[in-house]
Design a protein around this ligand. Structure first.
Ligand SMILES: O=C(CO)COP(=O)(O)O
Length: 125
């Protein structure tokens, strides 16, 4: 089954919620995981079931990176806040890097996330 991770920094959480609502019927078909607060906010705003990891600053990005390393994820939507410094920047870099190591689809803005979902839908057929 297709397995996706959804992550957003605080300033970007509203955008991710809007994205998830717009693509609800497709996302309902998939196994979803998220960092802690992102997952909580998404589940409050939608009826999606999401397996929540730790919050990003507490290791959630690394937990998702570990799943990438294990080949367990088909794609990640990670809406980063490009304008605010994050205390766990090394963890964020590690996640981006491991996606490149394993050639795992990674979208860091809504436009590319839309393409990612279209690609995932095509590979489902
Ligand atoms: O910080 C994050 C990703 O780097 C996201 O973590 P939260 O979903 O817990 O806010």
């Amino acid at each position: 089954m297709t397995r996706l991770a959804l992550i957003a920094h605080d300033e970007k959480k509203p955008e991710l919620i809007e994205f998830a609502q717009a693509h609800r019927s497709q996302l309902l078909e998939y196994d979803l995981i998220a960092t802690g607060t992102t997952g909580k906010r998404l589940m409050e705003a939608t009826d999606l079931e999401i397996d929540r990891m730790e919050s990003g600053p507490l290791g959630g990005d690394l937990m998702i990176g570990a799943q990438v390393a294990e080949g367990r994820l088909d794609g990640i939507v990670f809406l980063r806040d490009p304008l605010t410094a994050q205390p766990h920047e090394p963890d964020i870099s590690a996640l981006l890097r491991i996606c490149d190591v394993h050639d795992t689809a990674l979208a860091t803005n809504v436009e590319s996330a839309t393409y990612l979902l279209e690609g995932v839908a095509d590979s489902d057929d």
